[in-house]
Structures are given as C-alpha cells and as structure tokens.
Design a protein around this ligand. Structure first.
Ligand code: ADP
Ligand code: MG
Length: 615
C-alpha cells in the first residue's frame, strides 16, 4: 500500500477535521489556528469559558459562520465553502429554536419534508425519533405545551431526523435545571451511542464535559489549548489554564532536582523526570489536586510524603465529602505558584500557604477535624506542568521603570491571564554571577538597550527573557525564528505557553539566502512542516509556516513593520560573543528607542555553573 492510500484511509476514519481554522472579528482572532481531528462516532466536547470561541468554531462547522483562514472537512470532504444545507449536519442551540406554530410532529419532520421524503417514511422516522428521546405520543403538541426539557428533546430529535453524519450541540442543556439537565444528558449520550453519530458538543460546564465526552478539547481565547480523554486532562494537564479550569487545584512552585521535585523543605520523588527541559535547579509549577493531599494529626501517621505542618483554617461539609482549607506554616516554605490576592485571606501570617484539601466522608469520620486543629500535611501525588513559564521576574533600574514594565499591555495581559507570580528587581548596571539561575521568565525593557546588555542577561542565567517596550500595544502577531534547529524545541515550548494568553496569530518563519536553489527552499519548507507536526504533537499548538528569502535581520524587520506590534520569538545559544553577534545581526533593530516590537528569547547556551571562566 502506498503512503497515499494510508492517508485516504485515515481521512475516512475522521469525521470532522479542522486545519488551522481562524476567524477574526475586527482584526482580532476569536478562533485562532485551531487544528483538530474528530473520529467517526466520537463524542467530542469543546469546553471553555464564555467568549473563548466555542460557538464560533461550531458555527463554522455548520456553515453558519464563514472562516477567514484554514479548512474544515467532514468525512474527508472539504466543506469550507459549502452552504449549511450541503454539509449534512444536525444542529441544536441553547435556546430551543423550535418552530413555535408547528406541532412536535411537524417540527421533527421539517428537515425531511424539505428533502421531499415521502409521508409514510417521514411518519416512521418521527415515531422512531420520539421513542429515542422518550417523547412517544407527544406528536400533536405545540412547543408551548411542553416543558423546557421536553422542547430540547424535540430539538435533538429534529436535528437527527435527516440522519446527519455529524450532530452539533451548542450548550443544549444550559437553560435547564439540574435534574432535567442530567436526564437529557443521559438521553443524548444513549441516542449518540445507539446511532453512532459523530457528536460535537459545546459547553462551559466542566462536569458536563466529564459526564459526556470521549474526548475533551479545552478552549481559551480562541485557541484549542489541549485535547484528551477526561481523566488524562484532569490528571496530567499541560497548562495552568486547563489544570485549574477542570477542577480545584493547588498550584505550587517547585524546584527540579536530581532525585525529584522540591516543594519547600520537602523533596517529593517521582518516577518521571520533572520536565524534559528542566535543568537541575529550574523552577517548575506543580499541580496538587485537593484529593491528593493527606491530613493527619501527627506527622508520623502520614502514609505519604510529608510537606509540612499547619492548622485547619476552614472546614466545610459538602454532602458526600468535606472541603478543608489548611494553612501550612511558614516553616514548610511552600510557595504558591499563583498570585495571592492580598485582601482575600487577611488573617494569613506571612509565609504561610493555604491549601485546599478534600476528604471523603469515610476519611472525615475516621478523623474529624475542625477549624483550629493542628495537622500534618502529606502529598500522595503531584503533577509537574510542562510549561516553562513558572513566574515572571521584572527587572529595571528604577522603581518607576519596573512599574512601567508591570503596566505594559503585554506584561499586564500575561500576568493577568496566567496568574503567575510577579517578582521585581530594581538594579542598575550589569547583572552579576548566576543571578537569574532557576528563575522563570525574566522581563526587561528593550528600548534603549544593546545586544551586549541582552547577552549579559542571558549569560547570567536568564534562560527565558522577554524584552518589552513598555508603551507598546498588545502584539497581534507572534513570529518565531529559530535559525538553529537544535535549539528549537525549547523556544517552541515557551511560545506555546505564552501565546495561549494573547490574542495573536503565530507564524514560524525560515529565512533562506536570496536566490537560494529550489532544493534549499524545499528543505527549509520541509523542516518547517516537520517542526509544525512536532509542535502540534507536543504542545497541541498549530503554527503557520513561511519561507522567506534574503537576510534574516532584514526580513524579520520587514515582517515586524506592520501597524500593529509584533512579538518576535527566537532561540539562541552559544557563548557571549556568539549571542551578541546573532542578536545584533538578526534583531539589532529591535533595541532602537522607538521600537514597538517585543522580543522573547529562549537561551540554551552554556549553563551558569560553567560560566566562571567565560565571564
Ligand atoms: P463562546 O461560545 O465560547 O462563549 P463565541 O464563539 O460566542 O464564544 O465568541 C467568541 C468571541 O467572539 C467573543 O469575544 C464574542 O464577543 C466574539 N463574537 C462572536 N460573534 C461575533 C460577531 N458576530 N461579531 C463580533 N464579535 C463576535
Ligand atoms: Mg457560545
């Protein structure tokens, strides 16, 4: 069999394919580079907060909204430019769109009538469907004579009448009360299983997603951040956003060490390395689910690794379980990875860390606890996020300059959206020693700086450096440039982690010399496409690719000379001189006083420990 035949077979097994789908409103991408394949018969749930672009994407499949970029295929057939009628999909909206003046029977038969299906066959199909959604005998009722739940059942039956290959449901249970919602969910799941109709459902309700989905895709700011089976996403999320959106999570800063992850004074061993690119001493973000924390009266009674001691701040009965808020003493040195709102817990002593803990009813009965009780806290399980963005460190020479950085649109957006800690350093002059070793993303102002200044920061341990012109508006485009292939992976991880927090479109460019032979161009393009595939597989993130001709510096500068600011991302390695030369050559123009473009650098040169001789 040829590779082409395999491809055709793959396509046939796919029911819905999105390829780099982008939709903009007033220049802002509300669906941004979404690439996703949904298998035949799969129940796929798109989950995300309100405004994340779920409905727009769904309407794109139905053909109710055109898209600005990319391609949508149903069963291997490109439908990007087809009308809704030609796509063969059934659609159910949140607000029952039944025809108010038609009976249930006429509503259900509508799609069949416009397709000239004979009356006998229509009646048969209607009976079948009403049985399926448990509304037998309701044929002659008008929508006004039905409850909300019943109306939604009719809407589901109506959407299925013409036997669509794909069923699209947009928050179909949103307006119903909890009990009816549960019943309708079960019905939809059952009908879907029985008919094997590929189903794409949109919801903002995490519990609903868990109860229905074969797979979940989480959307945030127009991007599909992660997809996976419910349990996998819950236990091993890749991003802060997914970790916290899918349920309660304690996010703690840790440090990658050879034997495991250090959380405060405790070292927690784990089978897998903390993170592929985490060098020893790197700061990492860990996710600790409330049910993975053990509490006992005494430290020696813990069955899991001890994280420290503390006191119960709050205990709340929750029916089948119990929710505790435990204040871990400062001595444990636990560091939250999310900014703590100052006013939220006014009584919290400085250095103490609040942890959310859930216990089963059996656990609470075995060890009743109330506010004020002293406890030892153990950790049964933790998950290390693969994100390279653990925190931000703003560095400038004066307090005003630090404040300007903090208030710059890009930093404010990233800090607000990631909720990561922001630390500040006021320092004039050159950095010293390995002062940034282990830090998260170091942020500086790039206006009026030289490539030599930037090289010095990198060589002093700032492996991730964001240079921001404080006055510039939010970037609308991210351009990635990785001249050295070996350094690409880290840069991609960094971009993937940050780009999900800004409404910008991302492209990956390669620059070949002017007049380069066709073979060289083709190779550059192939490399870009390979990288695109790798980035998709490891970060769930799709990129546009572009091969340009000329000198990198000149090409990047021209790409960045659009009216709206650009964020340029680059990987860089080598010793001080090499770094300085590369910066001056490719992005020297970015340091001019009036620049509006930002620069994100991922540095993987010599480690700070080995620098003593170099500097
Ligand atoms: P969700 O379904 O996840 O709540 P939507 O897809 O409805 O999100 O909307 C995504 C974003 O696009 C929102 O910011 C919304 O305001 C915007 N949007 C949706 N439709 C339009 C439109 N017709 N014109 C302008 N903006 C729109
Ligand atoms: Mg919506």
């Amino acid at each position: 069999m040829t590779a082409g035949a395999y491809h055709a077979q793959d396509e046939a097994a796919m029911s819905i394919q999105f390829e780099q789908v982008t939709k903009r409103y007033r220049g802002v991408p509300v669906v941004n580079g979404v690439t996703l394949e949904i298998r035949k018969g799969e129940f796929f749930v798109l989950l995300g907060p309100s405004g994340s672009g779920k409905s727009t994407l769904l309407r794109g499949v139905a053909g109710l909204t055109g898209i600005d970029h990319g391609r949508i295929a149903l069963h291997g057939r490109d439908v990007t430019f087809l009308s809704p009628r030609e796509r063969g999909v059934g659609f159910v909206f949140q607000h029952y769109a039944l025809f108010r003046n038609m009976t249930v029977a006429d509503n259900i038969e509508f799609a069949l009538r416009i397709r000239n299906v004979p009356a006998v066959r229509r009646r048969e199909r209607r009976r079948e469907l009403l049985r399926l959604v448990a509304l037998e005998g309701m044929d002659e009722r008008l929508p006004s004579q039905l409850s909300g739940g019943q109306q939604q059942r009719v809407a589901v039956a109506r959407a299925l009448a013409h036997e669509p290959e794909v069923l699209l449901l947009d928050e179909p249970f949103g307006a119903l009360d909890a009990k009816i919602r549960g019943e309708l969910r079960r019905t939809v799941r059952e009908v879907q299983r029985r008919l094997g109709t590929t189903t794409l459902l949109v919801t903002h309700d995490q519990e609903e997603a868990f109860s229905l989905a074969d797979r979940i895709g989480v959307m945030h700011m127009g991007r599909l951040l992660e997809t996976g089976q419910p349990q996998q996403l819950y236990r091993q999320p890749a991003t802060r956003f997914v970790a916290t959106f899918l349920g309660a999570a304690n996010l703690l800063l840790g440090e990658a060490t050879a034997p495991g992850v250090r959380l405060g004074r405790a070292v927690v061993y784990q089978a897998r390395p903390a993170r592929n690119d985490a060098v020893a001493g790197s700061e990492v973000v860990t996710v600790v689910r409330p049910e993975d924390i053990e509490v006992t009266r005494q430290r020696h009674a813990l069955a899991s690794s001890c994280m420290g001691e503390g006191v119960v701040a709050e205990a709340a009965f929750g029916g089948g379980g119990e929710r505790l808020l435990v204040q871990v003493h400062a001595a444990a040195n636990l560091q939250p990875a999310t900014r703590q709102e100052p006013g939220l817990h006014p009584g919290l002593p400085s250095g103490a860390c609040l942890l959310e803990v859930t216990r089963t009813a059996a656990e609470s009965m075995a060890l009743p606890l109330a506010a004020g009780d002293a406890v030892a806290v153990g950790l049964r399980r933790l998950h290390v996020l693969p994100t390279p963005v653990s925190s931000f460190l703003l560095r400038a020479s004066t307090a005003q300059a630090v404040a300007a950085l903090r208030q710059s649109p890009l930093v404010a957006q990233l800090a607000g959206s990631t909720q990561a800690n922001l630390a500040e350093v006021i320092a004039a002059g050159q950095p010293a020693g390995a002062m940034f070793h282990g830090a998260g993303v170091v942020v500086v102002d790039n206006t009026d700086r030289t490539p030599a200044d930037v090289a010095a920061l990198l060589l002093h341990g700032a492996r991730r450096l964001l240079c921001v012109p404080p006055a510039a508006a939010l970037p609308r485009r991210v351009i990635i440039h990785c001249p050295d292939e070996a350094l690409q992976a880290e840069a991609m991880g960094l971009v993937a982690s940050l780009a999900g927090h800004i409404n910008a479109e991302v492209s990956f460019v390669s620059v070949v010399p002017r007049g380069a032979p066709g073979a060289e161009r083709a190779q550059a393009l192939r490399r870009l496409l390979d990288t695109r595939a790798v980035v998709r597989a490891s970060h769930g993130f799709d990129l546009r690719t572009e091969v340009l001709e000329g000198e990198a510096g000149e090409q990047l500068r021209s790409l960045a000379s659009t009216p709206e600011p650009v964020l340029l991302a680059m990987s860089i390695g080598g010793d001080r001189r090499e770094v300085e030369t590369a910066l001056a050559r490719d992005v020297g123009w970015l340091f001019a006083p009036g620049t509006r473009s930002s620069l994100l650098l991922s540095y993987s040169g010599p480690r700070p420990a080995a620098l003593a001789g170099v500097l």
